[in-house]
Design a protein around this ligand. Structure first.
Ligand SMILES: [Zn+2]
Length: 76
């Protein structure tokens, strides 16, 4: 499993006191660690899924936004 959290330490050691503009990236980013995301069909790295949810895939809700009115009427 790749460790995404410690990338800032390598950047500090390599550059020292010289300030560099970060490379521009306009693609999708991971919703957990905000690093660039190469997988096109997901919003979170597989390693981040494992760390955050304890499984390799992102859990999905069993209903949609349009179903909320019907679900709310069942609760009342
Ligand atoms: Zn991530």
């Amino acid at each position: 499993m790749k460790n995404y959290k410690k990338k800032y330490l390598t950047q500090l050691q390599n550059h020292g006191a010289v300030v560099h503009e970060p490379l521009s990236f306009y693609g999708k980013r991971c919703l957990h660690c905000y690093e660039p995301l190469k997988e096109s069909d997901s919003y979170v790295h597989q390693a981040c899924n494992k760390r955050f949810y304890g499984q390799l895939t992102t859990p999905q809700l069993g209903y949609r936004l349009q179903d909320l009115d019907e679900l709310a009427s069942k609760v009342i």
